[in-house]
Design a protein around this ligand. Structure first.
Ligand code: PLP
Length: 395
């Protein structure tokens, strides 16, 4: 018999049974009262998850669709935007903006490092004004958490909209939209939300809505004004992603039942479990300081091929891990631990990674790695406080 498969990638992520059962329900019509009831409950939960009082709009697309919707609704050709570019997904912001004729000023950040708020402040005063700053909360290609709160602080007093791709952050690490003054926060269904790929969620601040209202040429499919209008009646502009809404309702029930603090505590502790385990077994971490939650990038020894590690981990131990992209291809392994993942899964991931590297010739102290991982997990679980990660902006 083959080993049990564990999906330990930074999206898609495993589905809890409650979500899978919700997804299995028969179809209902998206313009009838029953569906509106589901939408209303989902809307209440989403506002809590996004920490906002604005509507959170479901869109039928993968996460990149919501990124495109943000760009096409908020900006116009010729608008000048700053784009934080420190990985694959930062590049995607730039590509979308360029496709729609925006003037992109890239803020280059070394892959594996976080954006520097002081550098942003400098660019704003030297080359501004900018209509927007586009950034990832979590740059999934490297495993970096950009300092969203400090970037928001740097933008205070400017007309620059803060547009945040939170695709691998919402439901993984706190990103309080209203308290931090985020103008656009978006995510996809297949990462922290424990749903299949295919739906995105997007919310805008009031001043971002004013930009959308002033847009003379709004897009047809990703028409956010139309979506907001429909959302007020608990519907979507076109046929709704009905099964995803069922699944999302179940996910929000799971998460909000035990509370957001408990969710973030667990994601934080698992992140530290992975990091401590990897270092103690003798592998090195790609990201030192500004590490994200929910995934850990591991730098492989020079003579070990990442593709072979991934194959061995999957075939021998059932652990499905992710590799690197571009110049990091074959050089790093990304261990995903976001969504419906617990300490047992991370233990399995660490074991599979460590043993696979060992079998390919690396010097690994597996026992030390697993012990250190578990110790870090227990320590961080008992010392975590949410307030340390959700400090409001200084006035
Ligand atoms: C996964 C991911 C995306 C891409 O989302 P798709 O659903 O593949 O379109 C974009 N940004 C970040 C930060 C991601 O993690």
């Amino acid at each position: 018999m083959n080993p049990k498969t564990r999906l330990l990638t930074p999206g898609p992520t495993p589905l809890p049974e409650k979500v899978r059962l919700a997804l299995a329900q028969d179809m209902i019509h998206h313009r009838k009262a029953a569906f509106q009831g589901h939408m209303q409950r989902v809307q209440t939960g989403l506002k809590e998850l996004f920490w906002t009082s604005e509507p959170v709009l479901p869109l039928t697309c993968s996460g990149s669709g919501a990124m495109e919707a943000a760009v096409t609704n908020l900006f116009q050709p010729g608008d000048r935007v700053l784009v934080v570019e420190g990985g694959k997904f930062g590049q995607r912001w730039r590509q979308i903006c360029e496709r729609y004729g925006l003037e992109v000023e890239p803020l280059q950040v070394e892959w594996g490092c976080g954006a520097d708020p002081a550098a942003v402040a400098k660019r704003l005063s030297a080359d501004g004004p900018f209509q927007g700053l586009l950034v990832q909360a979590s740059e999934t290609s490297t495993g970096v958490l950009h300092p969203i709160r400090d970037l928001a602080q740097a933008l205070q007093g400017h007309e620059t909209l803060l547009v945040v791709d939170g695709i691998s952050a919402v439901g993984v690490s706190p990103c309080p939209m209203d308290a931090w003054g985020i103008d656009c926060l978006l995510t996809g269904s297949q990462k922290g939300l424990m749903l299949p790929p295919g739906m995105a969620l997007l919310s805008l601040s009031q001043r971002a809505w004013r930009r959308v209202e002033a847009n003379p040429r709004p897009p047809f499919y990703f028409n956010l004004l139309g979506e907001r209008q429909r959302n007020a009646g608990n519907q979507t502009l076109y046929t709704s992603p009905v099964s995803h809404i069922f699944g999302l309702e179940a996910c929000l029930e799971l998460v909000l039942e035990s509370g957001l603090e408990s969710l973030y505590r667990s994601q934080w502790a698992l992140t530290h479990m992975a990091r401590a385990g990897i270092e103690a077994m003798g592998l090195s971490l790609l990201v030192r300081d500004c590490y994200t939650w929910g995934l850990t990038s591991v730098r492989l020894p020079e003579d070990i091929d990442g593709q072979e590690v991934l194959s061995l981990a999957a075939s021998e131990y059932g652990a499905v891990l992710a590799g690197g992209q571009d110049h990091l291809k074959g050089r790093i392994v990304r261990l995903g631990h976001m969504g419906y993942v617990d300490w047992g899964d991370v233990l399995a991931g660490l074991s599979a990674l460590g043993r696979s590297c060992q079998r390919l010739g690396a010097t690994i102290d597996l026992q030390a790695g697993l012990a250190a991982g578990l110790a870090a997990y227990e320590h961080e679980l008992s010392t975590f406080t949410l307030e340390n990660h959700t400090q409001p902006l200084a006035p």
